[in-house]
Design a protein around this ligand. Sequence first.
Ligand code: NDP
Length: 261
Amino acid sequence: MSITSPDFTAPMSSFTLFVWIWIGIACLTFLSLFSITAPYGRHQRTGWGITIDNRLGWILMEVISPLTLLFFFLTGSQPKSKVVWVLVGLWVLHYINRSLIFPFRLRTDGKRMPLSIALMAVFFNLVNGFINGYYWGHIAEPYSDAWLTDWRFIVGMGLFIVGAFVNIQSDEILLRLRENNPNTYKIPQGGLYGWISSPNYFGEMVEWLGFALMAWSLPALAFALWTIANLFPRAIANHQWYLSKFTDYPPERKAVIPFIW
Ligand code: NDP
């Protein structure tokens, strides 16, 4: 790039305005999800319309993200720098796991989710894929190779890798709990479960905050904020669910941020 500090005196483009509005909606969503927990998984409940197979829902919701990102990135005429290929590659790798591997490992046989929730997630992934892909494909000045050694890229990459590791390890622990008992819930142990109830969410939030640092762009920041908006309130709801379901739930365990929350 030319990664430069944002010029707050420059007139705002309609794209930038769109991303800021999207960030505003994330803030409202964050607040509202403390009172309305999305009704899938352990928080599944009736009254949300027709339902679809849980596994199919996960594939549909998640595969849209890398497809949209790649479409807008590849159809744009902006030069494709090494750095941007790394960023796009990490995004696609994450979503290959989330949309094509994770759903086939779920042990939620017979479980369903509301179509309305799947469609909301499709919309969320569509917009986030669009703003990031469009930005890199059509708008952003190419990153220079020097960005590869900038502290933001290096620290962000470190956070992304640690976050992805924690996310995948924690999901793996949950999946193994179901090996002989599909659709039952147990108290997870191991990894960061010693400290928090939803380390998979903690890992995902760290991962995308790291990504936003690496990318140093408003659309990547918007996606990180949306991830927090979705997962932080749900982690609080998961923690309360564990406390109400298991009388022997470890009292020292926090909800989502080790030692703090
Ligand atoms: P959960 O932790 O609620 O569940 C993950 C899987 O483990 C589900 O199959 C669930 O079954 C099962 N499970 C959960 N707790 C237990 C337990 N105590 N005992 C046995 N099995 C259990 O995660 P989500 O389904 O909400 O999310 C899955 C992944 O997607 C996570 O990695 C999350 O970070 C990511 N995600 C990312 C979002 C984003 O905005 N970027 C948004 C939402 C999710 P069941 O479905 O039956 O409860």
